[in-house]
Design a protein. Sequence first.
Length: 156
Amino acid sequence: MSITTTAHLNFRGNAREALEFYHSVFGGEIMVITYGDFGMPKELPDAGKVVWGQLASADGFRVMAYDVPGPADAGAGAAPTPATRREHGTTLTGEPFFLSVRGETVEEVGALWERLADGATVVEAYGPAQWAPAFGMLTDRFGITWILDVAVAFRG
């Protein structure tokens, strides 16, 4: 049996924009189906919103996204709120999850960091860390908090 886990992000009207931004960062292929594609009358306000979306890249990056029906200002995903911060070497947050991206080299992950940081709130700048060759944390323009780091070989 094979199991995979993919983050499924909920937005309020900007799922397509988020998928397009993540595509500019990670590459891959975007697939989007709207409520209208599923038969919702095109004249209704939610018809153009994403009922199912996914970004998948050849290197294994996957994320799914969807627009929660209703007004864009009704909740999560409407605008970033920097709920995560670092104080005295500790991460303080009220968020239920972070997305983690781990690569093999400082340069590879650094390039992703530079693109993902466009419009983001930096929680911890990307650079050397005690536990990894490089680490950084940010909350992107869509309110999603990302951890990017470089893998280290574990000794057991």
